[in-house]
Design a protein around this ligand. Sequence first.
Ligand SMILES: [Zn+2]
Ligand SMILES: [Zn+2]
Ligand SMILES: [Zn+2]
Length: 117
Amino acid sequence: MTKSATLAAACALAKPSPGACSWCGGPVPKGRRVWCRGRCSTAFWNNHWWPRSRRAAKRRDKYECVRCGQGRPIEVNHITPCLGAHGVVSCAHHLDNLETLCRPCHRVHTAAIVRKS
Ligand SMILES: [Zn+2]
Ligand SMILES: [Zn+2]
Ligand SMILES: [Zn+2]
């Protein structure tokens, strides 16, 4: 099993089944191993690898802050903190855990977390 397949097996978004696609559980055509088609591998990486998920989140939010509608400079925030897992392929980067914020809103958000802990 590859590392990504192991992660997909534990992922709440994936519907893997044995011997089939690790993302959607569909049949895997000859010549492919983990994913049945490009769309499944894209979906996986867009939800688990920070450089990809960050880009996908900005595109989803139309490059605007989801709180105040301001564009630029924008940053992508983990709603549930990823605790330094930026360099790791992880379920912390699910798109539903990401929101696009402008820099001031991001600062407010980060300050609120620091106050809580
Ligand atoms: Zn698939
Ligand atoms: Zn904002
Ligand atoms: Zn996941």
